[in-house]
Design a protein around this ligand. Structure first.
Ligand SMILES: Cc1cc2nc3c(=O)[nH]c(=O)nc-3n(C[C@H](O)[C@H](O)[C@H](O)COP(=O)(O)O)c2cc1C
Length: 181
């Protein structure tokens, strides 16, 4: 199987997450950062597409939105996965996820995940530092990448049969149950 992981990253955290995910996926995996490169080949050449991005001031990167819009028709024919890097958790993270990805892709995704995030203060510009300090009281580099969430996502994505109705909240439970069998 040929899989495309297409993502955007502002300070490098989503890049780290995408590369960790790539290591855990079966088959040929191409990783593409839309901030740096344009997709040279046709999305139609891939069997599966995983889209990832990070949240800044409540929104995913515009390039991810543009990619989903431009490839709307072909994406719904693919095995899909969606993930997000962000520092919010729980309901707020879920809201951000629903705002970031359109319902038609969320519904067909065989794996969805929150991979945590990082506040890399040393990479932020003046304004970003002010926002993060004000909103989250963070002034030093802080890392909360969730490697087990990446593992669970890869496990679901590698499965031969999809769990079409699986949602984020149930994924840990169901993976744990299945591993017990
Ligand atoms: C200026 C700024 C605004 C942010 N706003 C949000 C936010 O609204 N919600 C959230 O969950 N995380 C927010 N974050 C945290 C980022 O999602 C987190 O730093 C993520 O790891 C960034 O990944 P990237 O380096 O791949 O872009 C913000 C971070 C910065 C620097």
């Amino acid at each position: 199987m040929k899989t495309l992981i297409v993502y955007c990253s502002s300070h490098g955290t989503t890049t780290k997450a995408a590369l960790l995910l790539k290591k855990k996926l079966e088959g040929d995996v191409v990783v593409l950062n839309l901030n740096r490169t344009k997709l040279q080949s046709d999305v139609g050449l891939f069997d599966a597409v995983i889209i990832g991005g990070s949240i800044h001031a409540g929104h995913i990167q515009g390039k991810i939105k543009k990619f989903m819009k431009e490839n709307r028709d072909v994406l719904v024919t693919k095995k899909m996965g969606l993930f997000l890097c962000c520092m919010r958790e729980g309901e707020l993270a879920k809201e951000q996820f629903e705002n970031a990805y359109p319902m038609n892709l969320r519904e067909i995704a065989v794996a969805t995940g929150f991979f945590g995030g990082e506040f890399l203060v040393t990479k932020m510009n003046f304004f970003e530092k002010q926002i993060v300090k004000r909103v989250s009281k963070v002034t030093t580099d802080t890392s909360r990448i969730n490697e087990s969430a990446i593992g669970e996502f890869a496990y679901l994505f590698n499965r031969k049969h999809s769990l079409a109705t699986l949602d984020v909240a149930h994924s840990s439970y169901m993976v744990a149950e299945e591993l017990r069998l």
